[in-house]
Design a protein around this ligand. Structure first.
Ligand SMILES: NC(=O)c1ccc[n+]([C@@H]2O[C@H](COP(=O)([O-])OP(=O)(O)OC[C@H]3O[C@@H](n4cnc5c(N)ncnc54)[C@H](OP(=O)(O)O)[C@@H]3O)[C@@H](O)[C@H]2O)c1
Ligand SMILES: [Zn+2]
Ligand SMILES: [Zn+2]
Length: 352
């Protein structure tokens, strides 16, 4: 075991602060990684503040962070896929059983025995796993991804969660040329959704509550932008979408979007608000519409997404911050004031 520097939350209301945590020494199949950048996902905030107490209560101290890129510093004797110096990524998953039906299909995110990167029982050390707001992490090689060399590292970090969470449902629901696709909420997930829908060739429409984001949405690849607070603009798109991805982190009227789906259209919810959303079933009955959820993506698909980003030169639009600005970043995220992802430069942790 060795000590690593980190930022952790001590309680739902505490500011995140510098801490020392313990990491395991790499086992035969482990990769030790020096973390260079870690994105800030809204899930980090939900979890640090125990907003998902009903589903996955937070164990304190909590070290969030699951959008990790870094450089390999050491590998176990049985590691064949990576060597010291490689640029790698780690997302939301660090372990699964490899044997269940979900794992066999490459859907490790639905494995009943998966381990999430933070706030999940740690099979090696006891306690819970600690995430990427840290200078180092040790992960089994099966859950380590290759980061294409042409990508900017600060902008590549958010691909590990925001990227795969938007790419996976779009691939599953057949987003392609000729389809009309909506993306609701232009935050970290939403802006990646726009980039992917555009790169996959779909006619892409962004729904935002922020007038300040309209111009940006067009630059990010949207064909049209709708201010969702304007009923007339919404009405114009009634019953016309093949697919809508909803990435809103707070309570909102999901029925307004269900009514924009065409016959057999699908709305996939990836945003995970604290409280249940009210769904009007008639919206689904009319037009045989469907409502689904989606959770990140499997390891093979995450690698596919990273390679796709390498080929199309896709990264997240990031505001790079030192870790000392973490609490301020959280406050801005709550106000939808992020363009469009914070990426922590982990070099800043050295001075703590
Ligand atoms: N399913 C998964 O696997 C998965 C993975 C990662 C994250 N998530 C969840 O997805 C959600 C989004 O994460 P994120 O990191 O993208 O968050 P984010 O950067 O904070 O973006 C959320 C966006 O939602 C919109 N929004 C916020 N409050 C709203 C409100 N009251 N009404 C309507 N729109 C509102 C805003 O966009 P506009 O300003 O454009 O309106 C905001 O930028 C979070 O709940 C997170 O936990 C799920
Ligand atoms: Zn996330
Ligand atoms: Zn499994």
């Amino acid at each position: 075991m060795y000590n690593a520097k980190a930022y952790s939350a001590a309680s739902p209301t505490a500011r995140l602060a510098a801490a020392t945590i313990v990491r395991r020494d790499p086992t035969e199949t482990d990769v030790q990684i020096e973390i260079l950048f870690c994105g800030i996902c809204h899930s980090d905030l939900h979890q640090a503040r125990n907003e998902w107490s009903g589903v996955m209560p937070t164990v304190y101290p909590c070290v969030p962070g699951h959008e990790i890129v870094g450089r390999v510093t050491k590998v176990g004797t049985a590691v064949s896929k990576f060597k010291s110096g490689d640029l790698v990524g780690v997302g939301c998953l660090v372990d699964s059983d490899h044997t269940c039906p979900a794992c066999k299909k490459g859907l490790e995110q639905f494995c009943p025995n998966m381990t999430l990167t933070y706030n999940f029982p740690d099979k090696h050390l006891g306690g819970v796993t600690y995430g990427g707001y840290s200078d180092s992490i040790v992960v089994d090689q099966s859950f380590v991804l290759r980061v294409p060399a042409n990508l900017n590292l600060a902008g590549a970090a958010p691909l590990l969660c925001a990227g795969i969470t938007t790419y996976s449902p779009m691939r599953h629901w057949g987003v392609t040329k000729g389809k009309k696709v909506g993306v609701v909420g232009l935050g970290g997930l939403g802006h990646m959704g726009v980039k992917f829908a555009h790169a996959l060739g779909a006619h892409t429409v962004v729904f935002t509550t922020s007038t300040s984001k309209i111009e940006d949405a067009l630059h990010l690849g949207a064909d049209e932008v709708v201010l969702s607070t304007d009923a007339l603009q919404m009405q114009k798109h009634a019953a016309s979408f093949d697919f809508i991805l909803d990435a809103v982190a707070a309570d909102h009227d999901i029925n307004a979007y269900i009514n924009l789906l065409a016959v057999d259209g699908n709305l996939t919810q990836v945003g995970a608000p604290e409280k249940p959303l009210a769904v009007s079933i008639f919206g689904l009955l009319m037009g045989r519409r469907s409502l689904s959820g989606s959770l990140i993506g499997g390891i093979a698909e995450t690698q596919e997404m990273l390679d796709f980003c390498g080929q199309h030169n896709i990264t997240s639009d990031v505001e790079v911050i030192p870790i000392q600005k973490l609490n301020e970043a959280y406050e801005r995220m709550v106000k939808s004031d992020v363009k469009y992802r914070f990426s922590i430069d982990m070099a800043s942790l050295k001075s703590e």
